[in-house]
Ligand binder design. Structure first.
Ligand SMILES: Nc1ncnc2c1ncn2[C@@H]1O[C@H](COP(=O)(O)OP(=O)(O)OP(=O)(O)O)[C@@H](O)[C@H]1O
Ligand SMILES: [Mg+2]
Length: 410
């Protein structure tokens, strides 16, 4: 028997990682003989047009980069998940329902060290004729300064569902607070205690069963935020950061997400971990870009070949049973969550699958990154990202980082 799996890419403007993904798929797994069937793979960029809700899609798996802002593709993804069992990275249902706020709530209940966070009513309430009466009856007057005093300064004011730093400010005193709140307008905001003087900002990227923890420096320019640095966390802390990333993804049924944690005096504080379309840009991930593409390919092949079912529904209570038990200490809770997450992502089976069925992938990725095809992608990406006078410098910069990655694979 033979089966071809069509992998759909729901894309916006980005060209870098999709081209690399397509390039690597052409090089590996053609075909994979698994339990009596020969599996082959092709990719296609999904286009947007009117569709009949009963249309049967041709895709086995779809990687989505648009659903968080483009409703047409989001609703198409929901249709293909609900009606056709297409495997999705990511689950559009939980990403729509679970904002940054819900993600804080769930992880607080599970005992994670999310900094103290308050939600405050809108500065400018919803423009709805029912609001004035509703508000008169039920909105209790409040003193913003009092709330801030409970959180303590400095604090971060940020949107409850935010992304891309929009509306995020660090607030140091009462006057600042009043001004920032005025600016927040119609946006619903959190006040969150700031983790000051942390030792490490660890940003992890999870793709299916794997997580890469990277040292991040948010104060540097975009191209220089991910630091090429190994062993920057104590092994136990590193494991904790990985576990938190996996837990969040297994809990919410996300497959492809990034998680920001601040590490201070050995304690791990998660601050932002609901990123439906995590940063995958060649110009920001640089050295880690090959890992990301390779892992995306590995996870996609694993899901297609083993016919892994798409989980639309959640299993929150398995996690809450651990989280709600005051007799279980934090470390043991994490170990319990890790078992649940590894079972959800079939970590052992995935690892065996990769070793047995796509053993050539590491070499194929090195070959691809070392190829003129990739070099052209790197050059094109730099030309479309940076102003003319900076392009040559950046081309040399990224070539150096990617060459270092190739060398480190020996
Ligand atoms: N509680 C906190 N303590 C210390 N720093 C914080 C805290 N919350 C946010 N920050 C800083 O502000 C930045 C932006 O906040 P956050 O990540 O929550 O917003 P965002 O809009 O999701 O940003 P992005 O999309 O860039 O990840 C963080 O990367 C971090 O540098
Ligand atoms: Mg963030």
């Amino acid at each position: 028997m033979a089966t071809n799996h069509l992998i759909g890419l729901v894309l916006g403007t980005e060209e870098d990682w999709p081209s690399a993904f397509e390039g690597l798929i052409r090089k590996v797994g053609q075909p994979i003989a698994f339990e009596g069937t020969d599996h082959t793979f092709s990719t296609e960029r999904v286009t947007y047009h009117p569709f009949n809700l009963r249309d049967v899609p041709r895709y086995s798996l779809v990687i989505d980069r648009l659903a968080h802002w483009y409703t047409l593709s989001r609703e198409w993804l929901k249709k293909v998940a609900l009606m056709d069992d297409v495997y999705l990275l990511n689950n559009p249902f939980t990403f729509q329902a679970m904002t940054k706020h819900s993600a804080y709530c769930a992880m607080m209940r599970l005992g994670l060290k999310v900094p103290e966070t308050w939600m405050v009513p809108h500065k400018i309430p919803p423009d709805d004729p029912r609001f004035p009466d509703t508000s008169r009856k039920y909105n209790v007057p409040f003193d913003l300064q009092e709330v801030a005093a409970k959180v303590g300064y400095p604090l971060f004011m940020k949107p409850f569902d935010g992304g891309a730093w929009v509306g995020v400010t660090r607030v140091t005193d009462g006057d600042d607070l009043a001004a920032r709140y005025d600016e927040s307008g119609e946006r619903l905001m959190h006040l969150q205690a700031s983790v000051e003087n942390f030792d490490v900002f660890a940003r992890s990227l999870s793709i299916g069963a794997e997580t890469m923890v990277m040292r991040f420096d948010a104060d540097r320019p975009m191209y220089d935020r991910y630091q090429v640095s190994h062993g920057f966390l104590e092994p136990e802390t590193g494991l904790e950061v990985v576990t938190i990333g996996k837990l969040i993804n297994a809990f919410f049924r996300w497959e492809f997400n990034s998680c920001e944690t601040l590490v201070k005096d050995g304690e791990v504080y998660p601050i932002d971990y609901a990123n439906a379309a995590p940063d995958l840009a060649l110009t920001s991930l640089h050295y880690y870009f090959p890992w990301a593409i390779k892992t995306l390919v590995k996870w996609s092949l694993f899901c297609c070949v083993t016919d892994r079912p798409m989980r639309v529904d959640q299993d929150m209570h398995a996690y809450f049973r651990i989280g709600d038990d005051p007799a279980i200490p934090y470390e043991e809770k994490l170990a319990g969550y890790r078992r649940l997450a590894d079972s959800y992502f079939e970590t052992d089976r995935y690892t065996e699958f990769c070793a047995k069925y796509i053993p050539e992938i590491d070499e194929a990725m090195v070959g691809y990154i070392d190829s003129p095809e990739f070099d052209k992608l790197l050059v094109d990406t730099c030309r479309s990202t940076f102003p003319a006078h900076e392009q040559e410098r950046f081309i040399a910069h990224y070539r150096g980082l990617l060459a270092a990655w190739v060398k480190d694979q020996d």
